[in-house]
Structures are given as C-alpha cells and as structure tokens.
Design a protein around this ligand. Structure first.
Ligand code: SAM
Length: 246
C-alpha cells in the first residue's frame, strides 16, 4: 500500500502523462500510477545501484517491464529531451532537488509539469522554480507518521505569462506586511490559507531555531553574534506571521 505522502504526489500527476520519477527508490510511485491507469508509461531513475535493483524487482514482480523502464544514472541525465511530460522528484532535500533540476535543465524540454516533494529546504525549490521559468501552481502540506511534508506543483511558464514576481510580491495579510522572503519560506499559497498542519510545522521549526540559538549562546566563535542576530530576526519574523494569522 502506498504511503499517504506518495498517494498525494500521485494525485498531482496529470492523467495520461508520460512520467519520469527521479530518485524512484523502489519505483513505488510509477508502479502505482501505471497500475491505476493514470500514466501509460514511466521512467524510474535512480543514481544508486541498490535502489535501482529494488526498482527493477518491483517492476518485474508487478509485470510492468513493458511500461516502466528503470534507468541507473544521476538525476535527469537518464532522460532524453522530449521523452516525458511530467517529472516527480520526492523524498530528498530541496537543495538536492534544485541541483538535479539545474544540472538537467536541458532535459526538461517538453516537460510541462513538475511535482516536487522536498523533505527540507522548500524555499530553495521555490527560488529555483521562480528563476527558471516555472510557475508554482499549487502547494499541499500533509502529516504522516509524525513528519510533515510539502508537495510543490509547477507548470511551465508561457512567454506571455508575467512570471511569479506577483506571487512573491510583498503583501498584506491580516494587516501584517509579509515579504517575498517569508513567502518563499512559508509558501505563497499555504500562508494565504494555512491548514492546522502548517501551523504545526512552523511551531516545530521555531523550536528548532530556538535550539540553535541556545547553542549559539554557548558558542564563543567570532561570528556567533552575527549568526545570533540573523536567527533572532528569523524567529521574530515567523512568530509574527503565526501570531497574526491565528
Ligand atoms: N522518491 C521516493 C520517495 O519519495 O519515496 C524515494 C525517496 S529516497 C529517500 C531518495 C532516493 O533518491 C534514493 O533512493 C536515492 O538513491 C535517490 N537519489 C539521490 N540522489 C539522486 C540523484 N542525483 N539522481 C537520482 N536519484 C537520486
């Protein structure tokens, strides 16, 4: 059975798309999508041999070798340009997702939808999308087994589109001016209509930041003071948003 997280990602994949799932591990997502009839075919990319072999076994056991091709290689390098319409990259850090997209940008020709699920560093992914011609079309947040996940869906910007500058422009939320930096961090859609799990995520992030601050309080390193004031600013910025929206 698919996890709630993968199920939510699966829901975002356009019907009939040719899919590439990069960092597919056991190829659970493409297997599910092909079995459901959502996608006719898929590529499961894996950089590591162990997971690639597990994916291969999974595909063979499901009798889907005709529809799902497991390819061993780094990021989008396993694809030919124009081969797929949708790409999923899930379950890794935002910095890694952005670096995979960046390194393989030429392979995204013909891709119209990206479905990305960073475990951390969502802001890095949003920044990459914003500056590479992708419109952030939706955000989902969910909790499973005590972990909170965000799923970002992006569609390719058309030449006539104005870009996402408007989406990330400073805005007033319940009387509070929210900056582009906060929107990149906390999510321009999520912040507008935050579900309870979003508050839970940011309360947890505040706890983590407070812990780092306590560690800095004990540190004697030269730039501890500078780091501390940056951290203080971030903590108050997040607190202010939470207090204002509650
Ligand atoms: N996508 C699945 C999911 O969300 O459940 C698996 C997530 S698993 C934690 C991350 C997988 O990404 C690992 O199997 C790892 O080998 C793979 N991976 C990491 N870096 C990669 C890269 N540059 N290219 C392809 N796969 C990568």
């Amino acid at each position: 059975k698919l996890s709630q997280r993968l199920l939510e990602i699966a829901k975002k994949v356009p019907h009939g798309a040719k899919l590439a799932d990069i960092g597919s591990d056991h190829a659970l997502l493409p297997t599910f999508l092909v079995q459901q009839g959502t996608v006719p075919s898929a590529v499961a990319g894996e950089v590591n041999r162990g997971p690639a072999e597990a994916a291969q076994r999974q595909v063979r056991d499901a009798n889907l070798s005709g529809q799902i091709e497991v390819r061993l290689g780094d990021g989008l390098s396993v694809l030919r340009a124009g081969e797929v319409d949708a790409v999923t990259i899930a379950g890794m850090g935002g910095a890694l997702i952005a670096s995979i997209l960046n390194a393989g940008e030429d392979k995204l020709t013909g891709v119209s939808t990206l479905i990305l699920q960073p475990n951390v560093g969502e802001d890095i992914v949003r920044k990459w999308l914003r500056s590479h011609g992708w419109h952030l079309a939706g955000e989902t947040i969910l909790e499973e087994d005590g972990k909170i996940y965000e799923i970002l869906t992006a569609v390719r910007m058309k030449p006539e589109d104005e870009g996402d500058a408007g989406l990330y422009a400073d805005r007033l939320l319940d009387g509070l001016r929210v900056t582009g930096e906060t929107l990149l961090q906390m999510g321009p859609y999520l912040i507008q209509n935050p579900p309870p799990v979003w508050y839970a995520k940011w309360e947890y992030e505040l706890d983590k930041l407070a812990m780092i601050r306590r560690q800095l309080d004990r540190s004697v390193s030269g730039n501890a003071e500078e780091k501390r004031s940056g951290l203080e600013a971030e903590i108050s910025r997040i607190k202010e948003v939470l207090e204002c929206l509650r």
